[in-house]
Design a protein around this ligand. Structure first.
Ligand SMILES: NC(=O)c1ccc[n+]([C@@H]2O[C@H](COP(=O)([O-])OP(=O)(O)OC[C@H]3O[C@@H](n4cnc5c(N)ncnc54)[C@H](O)[C@@H]3O)[C@@H](O)[C@H]2O)c1
Length: 452
C-alpha cells in the first residue's frame, strides 16, 4: 500500500484529474489561453456579493450577469461594479424563475448560486443542463433524492459542480490536512467538528437592519432571517453540516478510498430561539407562539467504511462563542482547535497539551505560503480568496473541481439523514453511495499537486 507521501509524489507524475474525471463541454467556447471566463451570479445577497467582490477584483473574469428577486441586492451589486470600474452586468430580476433566462445566455460559462437553500438544487440542476459550470453555496439538502438528482444530472450532462465549502481552505485546517498527509497523527481514528455558532442575531432582526436586535423572521425580516429561520421551525436535524464535515472529509479521504457508512443523530430539547424571541420582542410578541422544532444542540455520529468515527455538532440557538470544534485524533496524537493545542507522542511532553503555533508554521500549506498576500483581507480570514480562486481556475482549466458533485451530495445528504435518525429515536441511517462504488478507486485531489 502506498503511504501518503509516496501517494502525493506518484500522483504529481500522473496528473490526477485527467485520469479520474471526464472533461466537460461549455456553453460558450472557453479559451484557456488568456481569455477571460464569463460568470453569472444567481443570488446577490450578503454572501453572493462577497463572492462578487472577489470576482470583480480579478482580471481573468467578466461578471456578465446577475440575478436576484430583491431590488436592494441588485442595487448594492451595481454599486460594486461602479467601485471596481467594471462594465455593468445584465440584470435578471423578473421573478423567482428569472435565473432560467440567465442560464440561457450563451456568453456565460459558469454560475455561482448563493440563494436560500431551497433553491440550490433546482438551480444547479437547471444550470448543469444548460452546460454552465456550477459553483453552489453551502447548506443542507431537503431530501436524499435531491442529492441523487444532482449527481445524476452531472453524469448525464458531463457538467461540473463545485460545492463552495470555504472552511476546507482555512489556514489552520489546511495545515492540519498537511500534518495528516504527512502522518503526524499516525492512522486517524476519531474526528470531531461542527457548526457551533450563535445565530440568533442572524435568525432574527428588526426588519430594518441586518444583524440588528429584534424578534422578526420571515417576510418581516431581512437577509437570512427571511428564509433560514423557517428551517428551525419546520426541521429537526443537522441543518448546516458542510463547514465541519467538509474539512474532515478531506482528511479522511471520503469518496476517495473511504466512504461514510452510516450515521446516528440525537437532538436536545429546543429552548434557545423561543427565549430569544421573548427577550427581544417581549412576552406578547406574536413570534412567542411559534414552536421551533430544531433541537438546540444536534449531535451526529458518523461511522466510516475505514472504521473512523466523526462527531458532528449543530449548535446555533444558544449563547456561545463561535467554534467549529475541530478535533483530529490518531494513533500518534491529537489536535484540537478550541484551545489551539496539539499532542504528538514522542514530541510533546507526556500527558500535556502543547501550543500548536510552531506546528502551524512548520506545516503551513504551500498554497497558503504562496498566496497569503493575495488572500489577505478576503472574507473569513482569507479562505474565501482560495475558494473563489479554485472555482475560477477549475472553470478556466475545464476540469472537475477539488470539491465535486459527489462531495457535495455526501456533505449535504447529512441533513435529511440526520432528520430521519432523530425522527426514529436515533436509528442508524445508511449513507447512499453516490459514487456507485467508484470511491474505492478515486483519488483525493484536494489541494494536492495543483496551484489552487
Ligand atoms: N460559506 C459561507 O461562509 C457562507 C456565509 C454566509 C452564507 N452562506 C450561504 O450562502 C447562501 C446565501 O446566503 P446569504 O447570507 O447571502 O443570504 P441572503 O438572504 O442575504 O441572500 C440570498 C439572496 O438570494 C435572493 N433570492 C432568493 N430567491 C431567489 C430566486 N429565486 N432567484 C434569485 N435570487 C433569489 C434573495 O433575494 C437574496 O438577495 C446560503 O446558502 C448560505 O447558507 C455561506
Amino acid at each position: 500500500m502506498l503511504d501518503r507521501r509516496n501517494f502525493i509524489k506518484k500522483t504529481s507524475i500522473i496528473g490526477l484529474s485527467s485520469l479520474v474525471y471526464p472533461s466537460v463541454s461549455f456553453a460558450s467556447s472557453l479559451n484557456t489561453k488568456g481569455q477571460k471566463i464569463n460568470i453569472g451570479l444567481i443570488g446577490v445577497g450578503l454572501r453572493g456579493r462577497s463572492s462578487l467582490d472577489l470576482l470583480l477584483k480579478r482580471d481573468d473574469v467578466n461578471v456578465r450577469a446577475i440575478c436576484d428577486i430583491d431590488s436592494s441586492s441588485i442595487q448594492s451589486s451595481k454599486t460594486l461594479f461602479e467601485k471596481y470600474d467594471k462594465k455593468q452586468p445584465n440584470i435578471f430580476n423578473q421573478g423567482e424563475y428569472a435565473y432560467q433566462e440567465l442560464l440561457k445566455q450563451k456568453n456565460i460559462d459558469a454560475v455561482i448560486i448563493s440563494t436560500p437553500w431551497r433553491w440550490h438544487f433546482k438551480m444547479a440542476i437547471d444550470a448543469m443542463k444548460e452546460k454552465k459550470y456550477v459553483g453552489m453555496e453551502v447548506g443542507g439538502a431537503a431530501s436524499i433524492q435531491d442529492c441523487w438528482d444532482l449527481v445524476n444530472t452531472h453524469e448525464e450532462t458531463g457538467t461540473h459542480l463545485f460545492i463552495l465549502e470555504n472552511v476546507c481552505y482555512r489556514r489552520d485546517v489546511m495545515a492540519v490536512l498537511n500534518m495528516v498527509r504527512q502522518d503526524l497523527f499516525g492512522e486517524l481514528v476519531h474526528l470531531e467538528c461542527g457548526y457551533q455558532h450563535d445565530l440568533r442575531f442572524v435568525k432574527f432582526n428588526d426588519g430594518e437592519t441586518v444583524y440588528s436586535p429584534g424578534a422578526e423572521f420571515g417576510d418581516k425580516a431581512l437577509s437570512e432571517a427571511k428564509w433560514r429561520t423557517q428551517h428551525s421551525v419546520d426541521r429537526n436535524g443537522d441543518l448546516y453540516p458542510t463547514h465541519g464535515f467538509g474539512p474532515v472529509a478531506q482528511m479522511l479521504n471520503i469518496n476517495s478510498g473511504n466512504q461514510c457508512d452510516y450515521l446516528t443523530s440525537t437532538a436536545s430539547k429546543s429552548r434557545g430561539l423561543h427565549e430569544y424571541v421573548v427577550n427581544q420582542g417581549g412576552e406578547d410578541h406574536p413570534n412567542t407562539n411559534v414552536k421551533f422544532k430544531l433541537g438546540d444542540v444536534v449531535t451526529t455520529v458518523i461511522k466510516t467504511m475505514n472504521g473512523e468515527t466523526i462527531t458532528l455538532k449543530h449548535d446555533t440557538n444558544l449563547p456561545r462563542p463561535y467554534s467549529l470544534g475541530f478535533r483530529v485524533q490518531g494513533t500518534n496524537g491529537i489536535w484540537m482547535d478550541i484551545n489551539d493545542s496539539i499532542f504528538i507522542e514522542g514530541k510533546s511532553q507526556s500527558h500535556n497539551w502543547e501550543s500548536d503555533e510552531n506546528y502551524m508554521k512548520e506545516y503551513d500549506h504551500p498554497l497558503w505560503k504562496k498566496y497569503e498576500n493575495l488572500a489577505s483581507g478576503a472574507g473569513h480570514g482569507g479562505m474565501d480568496w482560495f475558494l473563489i480562486n479554485a472555482f475560477v481556475e477549475s472553470v478556466k482549466n475545464n476540469v472537475s473541481p477539488p470539491l465535486d458533485v459527489y462531495d457535495c451530495a455526501t456533505m449535504r445528504v447529512i441533513t435529511p439523514l440526520s432528520e430521519n435518525s432523530i425522527k426514529n429515536n436515533g436509528a442508524p441511517q445508511k449513507f447512499p453511495d453516490f459514487t456507485k462504488g467508484k470511491w474505492r478507486k478515486r483519488k483525493n485531489n484536494f489541494c494536492i499537486n495543483q496551484d489552487y
